[in-house]
Design a protein around this ligand. Structure first.
Ligand code: B1M
Length: 209
């Protein structure tokens, strides 16, 4: 569809001002919010490929991030059900050393959409802060996002911090992010792994039942 192609291209171009209008146009044309989100992600996938080949630089990548955030603002109310009763509480954050937050934010949006209360504790979150937030909010799930191979080792540190606090059995620890795999999840003693935001939401609901 022409409008979805335009959304992918505008994401790639990093035009944060054009993005909300295009997203609204797609929604008004009865295209589902998920399809619009997929089109934005397709644009971001190209950004990622060119970033890894040094064909795009950080400021250009950041423009695409801003375009993603502006588009997501239009989609958020359509992907979340404000009247839903809370199924459980989730502490969500990007692990220490990791500044990536777009995937985390999408995960948060879709978790809220499935009726979970999400407490987003941000990026670059030390292991102890996950523990403190989980205890303070009586969380059911701790959801950790890691986008870098260099920040993956933070995951076992988070498990260790919960064990040391004596609260490991009180929460389910869920992980995700581009370099994370099911094998890594099993090896590090986490409870669940999801490949994408939709999978994370479905899994979180299951974990709370
Ligand atoms: Co970064 N970066 N980055 N970056 N960046 C990657 C991740 C990289 C793959 C790019 C590349 O080289 N191809 C690469 C990592 C390589 C590796 O580790 N193997 C990389 C690098 C190297 C770096 C820097 C080191 C670059 C540098 O400075 N030299 C640096 C590190 C900064 C830091 O964190 N300390 C850096 C910086 C940045 C920017 C600041 C420029 C920017 C982030 C801005 C921001 O987030 N606000 C950025 C971006 C945008 C990217 C790419 C291009 C896009 C990431 C993204 O937002 N994707 C990325 C390349 C890529 O992924 N193709 C890249 C869209 C998003 C919706 O997808 O985050 O994967 P994603 O989330 C998905 C799933 O992974 C999953 O669901 C989401 C939606 O379906 N998911 C979960 C995520 N969290 C989950 C949690 C769950 C479950 C599922 O449960 C809890």
């Amino acid at each position: 569809m022409e409008i979805l192609k335009k959304i992918s291209e505008t994401l790639y171009d990093g035009d944060e001002y054009a993005m909300p209008g295009l997203v609204q146009e797609a929604i008004d044309a009865d295209i589902s919010p998920q399809e619009v989100l997929d089109a934005m992600m397709a644009g971001m996938a190209i950004v990622g490929e060119e970033f890894s080949r040094d064909e795009l630089y950080i400021p250009e990548v950041l423009c695409s991030c801003h375009a993603m955030m502006e588009g997501s603002k239009i989609l958020k109310p359509l992907l979340t059900d404000r009247d839903a009763k809370s199924l459980g509480t989730v502490i969500l954050g990007s692990v220490q050393g990791d500044m990536h937050d777009i995937g985390k934010n999408l995960v948060g949006m879709l978790l809220e959409g499935r009726g979970l209360k999400v407490i987003d504790i941000g990026i670059d979150v030390p292991a102890e802060k996950f523990v403190e937030a989980a205890i303070a909010n009586k969380a059911d799930i701790v959801a950790c996002s890691a986008l870098l191979t260099t920040t993956m080792p933070e995951v076992p540190q988070i498990i260790k911090a919960f064990e040391e606090a004596g609260t490991r059995d009180q929460v389910k620890i869920m992980i995700g992010g581009a370099p994370i795999t099911q094998e890594f999840c099993d090896r590090t003693g986490c409870d669940a792994y999801a490949k994408d935001a939709g999978g994370a939401a479905a899994l979180a609901v299951k974990l709370c039942q």
